[in-house]
Design a protein around this ligand. Sequence first.
Ligand code: CA
Length: 512
Amino acid sequence: QDRTMTKIRNILIPLSSAALSGCGCAADQRPNIIYVFPDQFRNQAMAFWNEPEYAEQIRWKADPVQTPRLDAFADESIVFSSAVSNCPLSSPYRGIFLSGMYPERNGVTLNCNAERPESSLREDAICISDVLNAQGYSCGYIGKLHADFPTPNDPANPGNYVSDRRPEWDAYTPAERRHGYSYWYSYGTFDEHKNPRYWDTDGVRHDPKVWSVGHETDKAIEFLRNRNGERKKDAPFFLTIAYNPPHSPYESLDDCMAEDYALYEDMGYSELYVRPNADTTLTKADAARYYFANVTGVDREFGRLLDELKALGLDKNTIVVFTSDHGETMCSQGTYDPKNSIYTESFNVPFMIRYPEKIRPRVDHTLFSTIDIMPTLLSLAGLEDEIPTTAEGRDLSPVLLENGEECDIPDAALYIRNVNGPKDENGLVKGFFPAARGIKTERYTFEVSMKRDGSLQKVTIYDDFEDPYQLSPIDYKEQPELFATLLTRLQDKLKEANDVWYRESRIEHMKF
Ligand code: CA
């Protein structure tokens, strides 16, 4: 199987100096970067994958969603079919994306809440925003951060948490923990989509009582327009937008816009669920209508953002990324847990990147990992010399720029699942337990999980070419050569990542 970079629909236009002019900016101005990542938005929930030119590139069907803006954006972007979230959970994803380091080094090993004081983004981690800020960029963060340990630091009520929920999950992030972001309109984590709350740059709380995605897009548009000094006038910007939908809850019209729900209201399970691995007897089955409604709503707001970018003449010299922190199982594999598993619905994420001056639209099958995002984006912005030495991923910008032979293409992507370590006498979690490690290769999904005593729990192998819906796990004892090959590749990845499984020789101590 080659990893041919296939162009789709678009006629190739040579990237000439003519294409580089007319961007309305200084010729030497570095590109702006807009990084948009709704939460729990699975790769399958984009309609273009069902269009013939895309469908022939993949082995599965997309959800019956309406995403006209993402479909158009895909036609202008490199679309990664096989991007993965190395640790498919909110906080660990954010830690990896922001710092370019694996959880053990960046500090975010588990989802952040007040019972897990050790899981928090290290203040001294060099984040992508720290680097860009140092290079003169104006950095803005809008939406869900969920990378800080909540402490009793409510700006309006010092000495108290920001709410009375126990354990507290939400957090106020003070200026010294914002990693170079000079514009702030964010919160930790809070799941009432039509009752969101935010703390701004000055620590003032806002409770707008409207659907969060629309409101955050309004704030992003304000940042782009820059009428009130949201950013430096003649400097490039890095805008990070972390929408919470289509994250749960997805149970009622309190969770999405009625106009979007109307599109799915009359669809039965046989229409809503196109993946043969979905179990629609789960009580969660009705969630698909609300989930898809939020997918369509995110699509519309993302389109509104792109329209504004174009209207301001900023679209040519701006790198725009659309991705997510992890996927959503939505009844697949019979599980209620939407994420934190190696199943493709959870592990595989959207990743599209548009940069009109430098990259040509196409589908690419590179195993693009969260850990690779920071070095790749910095390099794409011409800042390859500024990639921090702490960054642990690959610079895959040569793949994007179509000189892929110049970089080391990953042959596997690492999967990490950590769970709580033991609790102390105060009920606080100490450390984490590295419950499972795995890899996705071009063809296979492979996971080894471990019991608390370090013995083998389970080996999981799927052939994603022959069995794209992962309905028929391969018994590792029946295919010893395949198992040995995948185990060696997993060990290579663990060593490369200096993972605790490697350092503690976890696999060597298991009996298979
Ligand atoms: Ca999440």
